[in-house]
Design a binder for this molecule. Structure first.
Ligand SMILES: Nc1ncnc2c1ncn2[C@@H]1O[C@H](COP(=O)(O)OP(=O)(O)OP(=O)(O)O)[C@@H](O)[C@H]1O
Ligand SMILES: [Mg+2]
Length: 359
């Protein structure tokens, strides 16, 4: 029997996998309306005679759900996307989606089209009735300009957009270069989407991690613990690689799901990544699970240096770090060049283990 989203949510509360939250509850009917409409109109119905007999029905407004970290936006979006029984649905991380658009436009340019966004948007419209994308944030002028035109095309084409963000539309691309060019998009977004704040007092992510051990050593036995934490935070999602664009290049975070990233020390510090890569990773994650931090010293000086920039970036961005290491922070790097500077890193690693860190 088909359950409404509210019923599914309440079932999970009864089962103890979710805690009841009035703010989340209030959003469910809106999502349910969208779900019902999508299930009744799963495609645009552009068949042979569509132009003659049936005009495509105008889709309802999409949803822009915003609020503080850990309030459950991604969880609600997942619940909604999974429960919506249509084939043409896609749930994607904002960064990953924009990368795809950039790649598509690059390919379209080779064919000499006048506006490379047009064919790219048409493909999305053809394949996607519901586009759910998580963590909309706009930090550069290229994306700022592109997102506005893209939204306009997708919405006009009949794709329903549901998105989450930590900011209200008015604060997107705040203090950005040439921001005035971005303002029409904010007005358009307000006009075409329901803008809803998820008003919940609880940061459920902190809640889950409160009092939990987050620094494990030695490495050997801790893999299972980290796996359990990953399971708990992501609901057991497999996690997909997150491709971040950094100064026109691509940096890959090997596993990512609902704000939680996961990588080994060697994946982030054993390859020639620079501070810009670490900043991008820190900005993309609320929580980072970092495995296998080895004993550091003069033989792996470069890895140690990268580790210092990574920790600095995570610290500045107030990312929750969960890690396994060869030893306690103070004994990770005791000899070799820069070991004095490493004291600050060790002290940060300590501070980041505190229960209130990242709040
Ligand atoms: N009502 C709830 N009861 C228990 N756990 C919850 C509840 N809502 C969310 N969570 C859990 O809390 C964590 C954070 O939720 P979620 O990732 O959806 O937050 P978010 O609002 O998307 O945060 P962010 O802005 O950082 O992306 C997840 O592990 C999620 O499963
Ligand atoms: Mg989220």
């Amino acid at each position: 029997m088909r359950q409404t989203l509210t019923e599914i949510y309440d079932t999970r509360v009864a089962a103890g996998t979710l805690r009841p939250d009035p703010g989340q509850h209030a959003v469910l009917p809106l999502l349910e309306d969208l779900r019902a409409w999508l299930e009744a109109n799963p495609t645009r119905r552009v068949g042979l005679f569509a132009g003659l007999f049936a005009r495509p029905v105008a889709p309802p407004k999409g949803l822009y759900l915003w609020g503080g970290v850990g309030r459950g936006k991604s969880m609600l979006m997942d619940l909604f996307t999974e429960a919506t029984d249509i084939a043409q649905k896609r749930r994607v991380h904002f960064h990953a989606f924009m990368q795809e658009i950039h790649r598509g436009m690059h390919a379209a340019r080779q064919t000499g089209v006048e506006d490379p966004l047009t064919p790219v948007a048409e493909t999305v419209i053809r394949d996607t009735r519901l586009l759910a994308f998580d963590e909309m944030q706009i930090t550069d002028i290229t994306d700022a300009m592109l997102v506005g035109r893209l939204f306009e095309k997708l919405i006009a084409g009949g794709t329903v957009i549901v998105t989450t963000s930590n900011r209200p539309p008015e604060d997107l691309y705040r203090n950005g270069l040439n921001r005035v060019l971005f303002l029409p998009f904010i007005a358009h977004l307000r006009d075409r989407m329901h803008v809803v704040e998820l008003e919940s007092p609880t940061d459920f992510r902190q809640h889950r991690l409160a009092g939990a051990q987050v620094y494990f050593h030695p490495v050997g036995a801790s893999h299972g613990e980290l796996q359990r934490i990953w399971q708990d935070l992501t609901g057991g999602a497999p996690g997909t690689p997150l491709r971040l664009s950094v100064n026109g290049r691509e940096t890959v975070l090997p596993q990512f799901s609902t704000g939680v990233g996961r990588a080994s020390f060697w994946e982030l510090c054993g390859r020639p990544l620079g501070p810009a890569d670490h900043l991008a990773i820190a900005q993309a994650c609320r929580v980072l699970i970092l495995e296998d931090i080895p004993q550091l010293g003069s033989t792996n000086y470069n890895e140690a240096k990268r580790f210092v920039t990574l920790i600095d970036a995570l610290y500045e961005a107030k990312v929750r770090l969960i890690c396994s290491a060869a030893d306690v922070p103070e004994r990770l790097y005791v000899e070799g060049e820069g070991s004095f500077e490493f004291e600050r890193t060790a002290s940060r690693l300590r501070e980041m283990q505190g229960a209130g860190w990242g709040l």
